[in-house]
Ligand binder design. Structure first.
Ligand code: UDP
Length: 238
């Protein structure tokens, strides 16, 4: 393999919606399998990979509470949704002979491992993909914040945030033909201009620990792998 990865350990964050394909809800196995192949192609380069997957394709705490559900309960339901997504990704990766561990912030010992930092680091050193599930384990947070937290704890060099577009734009490029993509943008610009990369607590946590966030398109075949080797278009938030 001639590609030289520029990173040794990274965290890939994808939303739950990235797993639902063209359906309006839930899991679309061919889409999960496609993303698993992208992850494998990076794993094949020898990069150590952490993953955090959202749960918005199944349940979001905020929409539950908007419909009258108690917020904390609704958030726990959202966290449980991320465990389902993590298991789907684990299954797809292991089908490709990539060894994985699902590591949950909420104990569910029959289903996956509990989060023990040193153990997770050891899995990474043994080239197992660590899929961190159940967010931070706390209500009122998001999986973006969980991604930033775990990336810091695992000493990842960057967060790769896979989205539907190839970076951060000044306005929605799917709605405005004249939207402009940034090559680089600072954390403070993201916060001040509400650029919608991640929620504010996630951005602030990344900023305070100098953790770069690389926003790229997950719809571009080979995109994740290319960007790890310094190719393709993306926005670097730093
Ligand atoms: N959630 C939470 N604490 C966390 C992470 C997630 O309470 O640390 C809940 C929250 O209700 C959220 C849901 O889980 O709406 C799904 O996560 P998220 O919205 O981040 O998923 P995504 O938008 O990335 O699919």
């Amino acid at each position: 393999d001639s590609l030289q990865p520029k990173f040794k350990r990274v965290l890939l964050k994808i939303s739950g919606e990235a797993l639902m394909g063209d359906q309006g809800f839930g899991l679309h196995p061919p889409t999960v399998q496609r993303i698993a192949r992208e992850v494998k192609s990076v794993h094949d380069l020898g990069v150590e990979i952490c993953m955090v997957i959202g749960g918005g394709n199944i349940f979001r705490g905020l929409s539950g509470s908007a419909q009258g559900m108690e917020r904390t309960t609704a958030d726990y339901m959202g966290m449980l949704a991320t465990i389902m997504n993590a298991l789907a990704m684990q299954s797809a990766l292991e089908e490709l002979d990539v060894f994985t561990r699902v590591i949950s912030a909420i104990r569910m010992d029959e289903v996956c491992e509990p989060y023990i930092r040193r153990r997770a680091v050891r899995h990474l050193e043994k080239k197992r993909v660590c899929i961190f599930a159940a967010g931070t384990g706390n209500p009122y947070f998001t999986t973006d914040t969980a991604a930033t937290l775990r990336a810091n704890e695992m000493a990842c060099e960057a967060i790769f945030k896979g989205t539907k577009v190839d970076g951060v734009y000044d306005k929605d490029p799917k709605k405005h033909a004249d939207a402009k993509r940034y090559d680089e943008v600072t954390y403070d610009e993201v916060l001040a201009q509400h650029l919608g990369v991640m929620d504010a607590s996630a951005i602030a946590l990344a900023r305070d620990n100098n953790l770069p966030i690389i926003v790229f398109s997950l719809d571009e075949p080979g995109g994740f792998r290319g960007i790890l080797a310094g190719q393709g278009t993306y926005t670097s938030v730093h």
